[in-house]
Design a protein around this ligand. Sequence first.
Ligand SMILES: [Zn+2]
Length: 425
Amino acid sequence: MFNPERETLPREEIEKIQLIGLRKTLRYLKNSPSKLKDKYKGIEPEDIHSLDDLKNLPFITKDDLRECYPFNHIAVDLSECARMHMSSGTTGVPVINAMTRNDIIQWGEIMARCLATAGLTYRDKIQIMPSFGLFNGGFGFHYGAERLGCFIVPAGAGRSLMQLKLIKDLGVTAFGAIASYPARLIEVAKESGFDFRETKLRVAILGAETWSDEYRKRIEEEMGVKTFDIIGLTETGGVGLGIDCEAKAGIHVWEDHYIVEIIDSETEKPLSVLQEGEMVITTLTREGLPLIRYRTRDISKILTYEKCSCGRTHIRVDRIKGRTDDMLKVKGVNFYPSQVEQILLKYKGLSPYYQLVIETIKGKDDMTIIVEKADNGITQGEIEKLNLELYDFLGFRSKIQVVPEGTIQRVPGKAIRIVDKRKKA
Ligand SMILES: [Zn+2]
């Protein structure tokens, strides 16, 4: 089983588990072949008296892991590992997570909890749409669904027409996908006269990208499903770190396996509840790549440590707003693409396909928002209203270019939201 009874432990119990897990992870790392252990010279597990002492430990960054490429950060001999996954690494050196057999069992446990939190049981048929490969998504869903006892349709990425056919013919009730993919499925469904209401589909579990509440609303309406936001990183052991529940009141992170902190990226000081900053994760049960205070670059905030209306007692963090790497700075204003998406998708005449093109014109930043029209399109009056709303949010004027459906290139994997031509200049 996946220890669901641990999801409702009282806070004192959770904290006890975390303190033991933290000391154990530190001891384990110090005695391992991992190069990361150099960080803990002079720091002993016995020095940690309470969870509060965590803040005195050094951080691990993505660059630390990159420097260890391919395997110098792995804490066991590779002969003890079963498999690896790798971060997408679109920029520079990728990061490998080599997993032991126990790690894969742990992954199955946290993923099974996520799927159960989304309302799935062994009776569900789940179609897995992320790829099965170096990217961890496909396998993560697979292990969780297997642990829960679901019927698995391991479709993998792409081939949208076939995805739709399988959903209908096989009576699929749930699917897991990269967040931007349902937009493509909806588009192909429209082109081919496919009606989601004629299927048994009721749940969509989406992750790997930031997606706005407006996008969420749209997917739920058009597909007739409930959506759930799932998070996780290759480094922390893959998808399944946490998920939001029926209450839609934040993402539960499984605290018997992880400790969550939010820090100020600049000062590196821990922030308190409701203060927005960078999420930092400590793993408590991982063997191949145990991490203490790993800086995820994801921007979120702790919402509450209180028990949720779903009955779970594990911490809730806000839906991820963006990655520090995705943060745009245009005309001195900092923002995330998902915040622009949230404004765009309030307009029914615009599709979820958009790109922010930033360039330098006459020595100054200039941003054009290219967005595809949907269905009946958008009126001039609405565009003016949208312009005003964007100006209110951004504090500078951007150009809006509405283009016909299908203009923006459909790419396999994560959507390309930003085209920043300034860097090339
Ligand atoms: Zn809940």
